[in-house]
Design a protein. Structure first.
Length: 545
């Protein structure tokens, strides 16, 4: 329940504080007094867009705050306090229970607490989207619609994935053929890591075998028994004999002996290498072919044999994925078929629920119309299948209306006048009130076009509605104000705008002003007193739940 609403420097509201009561709260006052600004304050606290033009001239910011009664939270608190500051620069700051919060959190917290029916709500009722939302709320399709949307979302995602696979089928086949050739080409080569360097070394040896043989012969002559090895051996013998006579040369003799042995070993190694140098034209040709094959693969796939082998593994993995796409497409086709069946089944149940709700809601609205001076009118709701499944279902919903039952009904927005639209909106609200979750219903001059006996009956209906929830009405109709549990009057004065609750004779005077524009007219005051008696009688007959 809304307990209190405060506004400061909002338009012409310099300072306003309004306390609300359970039941029916009616706000009245002269045109331009600032009644609608109070409702604007409430809208700002439910997440409505803040505009700098709302800030009073000469003020740095406007400030609005509301206090709601709620069920105890985890800390036992039973009040919810929300506030918002709108700067002259258009920026706003929000607080929920004293903590800074983004506008989205403010909307999520306070938005569900209030259902607002503004001056343009009747014309919004002509919008098919609004009509469908109203019918869904009445028919209680929330969980079913959520299941339908989940299934539809999965269907669309799977269908898009399948389409992507199928649309790229030719490209996929071409890539499979290319990758298969690439893998086969590399596999046939039977490459080994480091083989390119091995082949290069072996090829260089065979291509230069004659030169290497000549170099080996010359090296052997220089190192062998006829060369350094023989000379060092002779020197070692001489120094060995000298060491027997002069021990000081023994170390040198040992070193020369070691060099002679090393030279002899080197000579044997040179001879062994030279003996292995043989021309082999056939092996040379094979190596040249192998080198050319490796070079060709490296030009295509990498700078080294290791990179070529890595390219083959990457191609093999990609090939497996592409070849599995056919199985994936088959699986997706089955999933799309299954989800299509599910969407159609849930959509069918949703349509049935809507058709049943449409019949019940139309019956309730038609029961309300006579009391709103639309006794000859007829209201119907058509639920027809649409051309495709959308987020809103597979149905087209149309609210149909005729002011004369002898004529067939047509689209509500085209055949109803402004006053009829307004009264149809009120009838719909009253008919569907039991299904509305918001604990506070607000009517901001939504009774435009209603008067006379219809206004009196509307007052009774709103009072009846207020037995089960809190209702706030901004109205110019005394017939509605007479049924208020709390009557608030907004008036302008030199200092700004004042909001006060009226009782007794002061309330009679306000109703008189609304009736005849004369608060002191005895006739008007008598009529006002009669209206108040009707309101009190209605309250006694229908106590709040």
């Amino acid at each position: 329940m809304l307990l209190e609403l405060r506004a400061r420097d909002l338009g012409i509201l310099t300072e306003a504080c309004v306390a609300f009561a359970p039941g029916l709260n009616v706000i009245t006052g002269e045109t331009g007094a600032g009644k609608t600004l109070l409702m604007t304050s409430l809208a700002l606290l439910t997440g409505a867009r803040a505009e700098s033009r709302l800030v009073a001239a000469g003020s740095e910011a406007a400030y609005v705050e509301a206090v709601w009664e709620r069920a105890p939270d985890d800390e036992g608190e039973t009040e919810l306090i929300a506030a918002r500051r709108i700067g002259a620069d258009g920026r706003s700051r929000c607080w929920v229970d004293g903590r800074l919060a983004p506008v989205s959190v403010l909307a999520e917290t306070c938005g569900p607490l209030v259902e607002v029916h503004g001056q343009g709500a009747g014309f919004a009722l002509a919008d098919p989207r609004v009509q469908l939302e109203l019918l869904d709320a009445f028919a209680g399709t929330g969980e079913m619609l959520a299941s339908y949307r989940r299934a539809l979302s999965e269907l669309r995602a799977s269908a898009a994935e399948l389409e992507a696979i199928e649309s790229s089928e030719r490209e996929r086949i071409r890539e499979i053929e290319f990758l298969s050739f690439q893998v086969s080409e590399i596999d046939r080569a039977r490459l080994r890591p480091g083989e390119d360097e091995e082949v290069a070394h072996a090829l260089a040896r065979l291509e230069n075998v004659e030169r290497l043989a000549a170099d080996a012969a010359q090296a052997l002559a220089l190192v062998g028994t006829e060369g350094a090895s023989g000379a060092l051996s002779e020197a070692a013998k001489l120094l060995g004999a000298a060491a027997a006579l002069d021990p000081s040369v023994a170390e040198v003799a040992d070193r020369v002996t070691a060099l002679a042995a090393e030279a002899s070993e080197a000579g044997r190694d040179v001879r062994a290498w030279a003996e292995g140098l043989e021309a082999d034209p056939e092996a040379l040709e094979d190596l040249r072919d192998r080198s050319a094959a490796i070079a060709a693969l490296k030009r295509k796939h990498g700078a080294t044999v290791e990179e070529v082998l890595a390219a083959a593994e990457d191609a093999r993995a990609r090939l497996l994925r592409l070849e599995g796409a056919a199985d994936q497409a088959t699986e997706l086709r089955g999933r799309v078929a299954s989800l299509t069946t599910e969407v159609e089944a849930i959509g069918g149940e949703l349509s049935q629920r809507r058709r049943e709700g449409a019949v019940r809601l139309a019956e309730l609205v038609n029961e309300e119309l006579p009391a709103l001076a639309l006794g000859s009118a007829r209201f119907e709701i058509a639920v027809e299948p649409g051309q495709e499944h959308t987020e809103r279902g597979h149905d087209r919903v149309a609210f149909l209306f005729t002011s004369d039952r002898r004529r067939p009904p047509g689209p509500l927005g085209k055949v109803a006048s402004g006053g009829e639209l307004s009264r149809a909106m009120i009838a719909l609200t009253l008919a569907s009130a039991a299904t509305q979750a918001a604990p506070v219903l607000v009517f901001d001059e939504a009774d435009a076009g209603v008067g006379g006996a219809a206004a009196l009956e509307l007052g009774r209906r709103l009072a009846q509605l207020a037995r089960t929830r809190q209702v706030v009405v901004v109205s110019h109709l005394p017939q509605i104000a007479a049924f208020a549990d709390r009557h608030l009057v907004v008036s302008r004065h030199d200092g700004g705008v004042a909001v006060r609750e009226v009782h007794g004779e002061e309330r009679v005077g306000e109703l008189s002003r609304m009736l005849a524009g004369l608060g002191t007219s005895e006739t008007a005051r008598a009529h006002a007193s009669e209206l108040l008696e009707l309101g009190r009688a209605a309250g006694a007959a229908n106590p709040r739940a």
